[in-house]
Ligand binder design. Structure first.
Ligand SMILES: *Cc1c(COP(=O)(O)O)cnc(C)c1O
Length: 432
């Protein structure tokens, strides 16, 4: 293997020699859709290019962060300016205060916030804080929601209602999983029943208020209102994981759309603008339990890193420009309406949903509102569609159960080109 003929195939073969599966995060390996992962060399606006020199219209946007488009000049300049002043100090900086002030201003329920480096770290820390503040161990999560890969959260439903969960990963002790109960998304009665039986032992409920890790799925307003009421009645805390939905479905996240306020919120993805920033925050009387004020320990060498914070702040500034979300929503809706129309013309069973700059496409007749229905979407058809689109230069998430992302740089030209590719892809599927 010569380094001179690097292309996707040779890079993937080479990567597998020194990196497990050739990737640093599993979904990148294309296992669900098959084929060779594309190795990306550069990006600009709504596009990126792979090692074979092929250009793609990008609909993952780094799984959400690239909301203003790739290599936005203001973000690149902020990073360059910050880097020139020093990469990391291990001591506080004013940039961290500015970012905390901005998050407290933008997210309705956050009074105080702590910065960390990944969504996993933020969710794990918020969970520890919830347990520390309540003095309780039990955590409730929902099937299909992802909250990073901390031990307590890699848990799936047990064999029946009111039983505790089973680990979804080897290496997670049963003793950890037994403190996590996994319930059905959008099922209010089940939640009522669990609180009736176990209410006084529940530390927190953690939920994606708009789910993006089982494809896109909206929660019903009743679902969020019910968990808010039950948590307040039973002294449990409500944690919204808005790592994906935050600054993505709306400037104030899903909580601003539903008007349901959690006790704590977990953020990531968009707030780093493409560099590693995540955060968890909430009521000041809860946040005071964190070290150095309180007994819940949490720390990080690179937390609030000045270069990462600069990228995040530059991004947060751009998304606050008047009309940003209106325009983002319009473009996303053009995409999903166009895809739906194209599928209809080809006679393919298909539907789509969009919220802000996030979308879901489903090979089924109605937009799923529960996990079981979502799992019934036609995965083979998705995989065929994915590859037809990829061959035509459109990069969708390489799994039927991931959401898609549109950036502010996806102009009419990019959307129209995508729809033209989609008409050909649907026609190809219909012919089989
Ligand atoms: C991506 C994601 C995480 C994990 O964030 P990482 O930065 O990948 O660790 C947690 N929760 C949700 C809802 C996410 O979408």
């Amino acid at each position: 293997m010569s380094k001179n003929v690097s292309n996707n195939e040779t890079l993937f073969a080479r990567a597998q020699l020194t990196t497990p599966g050739g990737v640093n995060s599993p979904v990148r390996a294309f296992r669900s859709v098959g084929g060779t992962p594309r190795f990306i060399t550069r990006a600009s606006g709504p596009h990126f290019w792979d090692a074979n020199g092929t250009r793609y219209i990008d609909y993952i946007g780094s799984w959400g962060p690239a909301i203003v488009g790739h290599t936005h000049p203001a973000v690149v300049k902020a990073v360059q300016d910050a880097a020139a002043k020093g990469l990391s100090f291990g001591a506080p900086t004013e940039g961290e205060i500015i970012m905390a002030e901005e998050i407290c201003k933008l997210v309705p329920s956050i009074e105080q916030v702590r910065l960390v480096s990944s969504g996993t770290e933020a969710a794990m820390s918020a969970l520890r804080l919830a347990r520390g503040a309540t003095g309780r161990d039990t955590v409730i999560k929902f099937e299909g929601c992802y909250h990073g890969h901390a031990d307590s959260l890699l848990v799936k439903a047990g064999s029946g209602l009111l039983t505790f969960g089973n680990p979804t990963s080897s290496g997670v002790p049963e003793d950890f999983a037994k403190h996590t109960m996994v319930l059905d998304y959008n099922n209010c009665e089940q939640l009522e029943e669990v609180f009736k039986n176990l209410g006084s032992t529940i530390a927190c409920v953690i939920v994606e208020p708009i789910a993006g890790n089982m494809n896109l799925m909206r929660s019903t307003p009743e679902f969020l209102q019910t968990m808010r009421r039950l948590c307040s009645q039973h002294g449990a805390l409500l944690l919204f994981d808005e790592v994906m939905s935050g600054f993505r479905v709306a400037l104030g996240g899903a909580q601003s759309l539903y008007g349901v306020l959690p006790d704590m919120t977990v953020l990531g993805k968009v707030i780093g603008g493409g560099l590693p920033v995540a955060a968890f925050g909430g009521r000041a009387d809860l946040m005071k339990h964190l070290a150095p004020l309180g007994g819940v320990y949490q720390a990080g060498t690179l937390s609030g890193n000045p270069v990462a914070v600069a990228a995040g702040m530059a991004t947060l500034k751009i998304i606050q420009k008047p009309g940003f979300y209106e325009s983002l929503s319009t473009q996303t809706k053009k995409l999903t309406d166009g895809l739906t129309q194209a599928a209809k013309e080809a006679g393919i069973e298909f539907c789509a949903d969009a919220i802000g700059g996030m979308f879901g496409i489903y090979f089924t007749s109605d937009v799923p509102t529960d996990y079981a229905h979502m799992m019934k979407c036609d995965k083979d058809r998705f995989n065929k569609f994915f590859h037809a689109m990829l061959d035509a230069g459109v990069y969708l998430a390489p799994s039927a159960f991931e959401a898609g992302f549109v950036s502010a740089q996806h102009d009419d030209a990019a959307i129209n080109e995508t729809l033209q590719c989609a008409r050909a892809a649907f026609a190809k599927i219909a012919a089989h």
